[in-house]
Design a protein around this ligand. Structure first.
Ligand code: 8YV
Length: 334
């Protein structure tokens, strides 16, 4: 009888969902949230057939150099810039992600940040809690309207489109920029109009970033782009750290060249740029855009399905629903 295959679950995530892996594999599951060193990742991957990983776990060529059994990595996240896809493909390691299940929750959160930043919610709460509310002033804590304004969206994938659909209720005009223009029918459904990036920056009263991170989107919003935006504008980043130049953003916020920002992701998270921490006109959250109970469970469940299938088990054996790198199967000769 052949030995059972082994999988590593790098972070503690919904044990009752992860338990489904035990029907097929021996599971080594982390007992505590861990920020792994590269050497620890390499160790963890050395003797396993698959791994269920989070977006904070970085896996590159050196991490898999000794991982001779490794066949599949299931990422719990739609973004997978934590993984070196080229290296994993070349090694015949299938990679999967978790799209769709987080789209609506993440779009909800873009609006949470947008509303909070535009209407200065966290700043107002801090002021109240600090005991400053001893009198009443008509001009205190004035914010920016969303209704009737222009919403810009950079990146019009599934989440961008879900953000756009919500703008209808606020009576907003929606502009978007994306590498490729959407079909006319989809544009109509989202009531969104494609514009060039320069026009997007100049015309948006509120700009939401939803582009994946990669070499092409590194510092997509830096000092030059911020200089093109309205000084009354609000910027929201729910995409990835590195899409925004955090130092340049903090500078613009401090100097009043941008009204406010709402950020869920940062260049060096979990560290946040000290200049951002010092800005009163920015709402900061710790990468929680997909963090509703139902969605986080659904993400783990989908990642578990993906891993089971990628390792050739279950009803979708060898057909993982969310395979990112089909070329890995060629490298493996499957
Ligand atoms: C994270 C995300 O997965 O899906 C993504 O790409 O960034 C998030 O949903 C989640 O926040 C866990 O870190």
């Amino acid at each position: 009888m052949s030995a059972r295959r082994r999988v590593w679950v790098t972070q503690p995530v919904f044990p009752d969902v992860v338990d489904r892996l035990r029907d097929h594999f021996d599971v080594a599951a982390a007992g505590a949230v861990t920020a792994y060193t590269p050497a620890q990742v390499a160790d963890g991957l050395r003797d396993v057939d698959g791994a269920l990983v989070g977006v904070t776990d970085r896996i590159d060529a050196s991490a898999i150099a000794g991982a001779n059994r490794l066949k599949a990595i299931a990422n719990i996240g739609v973004g997978y810039n934590n993984l070196d896809i080229a290296a994993l493909s070349a090694a015949g390691v299938a990679v999967t992600n978790t799209p769709d299940v987080l789209t609506e929750t993440t779009a909800d959160f873009a609006w949470t940040l947008l509303l909070a930043a535009a209407r200065r919610v966290t700043e107002a709460e801090r002021w109240l809690r600090d005991g400053h509310w001893t009198d009443w002033s008509f001009e205190r804590l004035l914010g920016r309207d969303l209704h009737g304004s222009t919403l810009g969206i950079l990146g019009m994938g599934r989440i961008g489109r879900a953000v756009a659909r919500r703008a209808l209720g606020f009576g907003m005009r929606v502009l978007y920029h994306n590498r490729s223009r959407l079909d006319a029918a989809v544009e109509r459904e989202c009531s969104a109009r494609w514009v060039g990036k320069d026009e997007l920056l100049a015309a948006s009263d509120h700009l939401v970033l939803v582009v994946p991170y990669g070499p092409g989107t590194h510092h997509a919003i830096g000092a030059p782009e911020l200089a093109c935006m309205k000084s009354t504008a609000v910027l929201v980043n729910i995409a990835r750290g590195g899409v925004v130049d955090d130092a340049a953003l903090a500078d613009a916020l401090q100097k009043g060249r941008l009204a406010a920002a709402g950020l869920d992701v940062y260049e060096n998270e979990p560290a946040v740029h000290p200049a951002l921490l010092a800005c009163r006109n920015v709402v900061l959250t710790p990468h929680i855009a997909s963090a509703s109970e139902a969605t986080r469970r659904a993400m783990v469940s989908l990642a578990v399905d993906n891993l089971i299938a990628a390792l050739g088990e279950g009803p979708q054996a060898h057909r993982p629903p969310n395979l990112v790198n089909a070329d890995s199967l060629l490298a493996r000769g499957t």
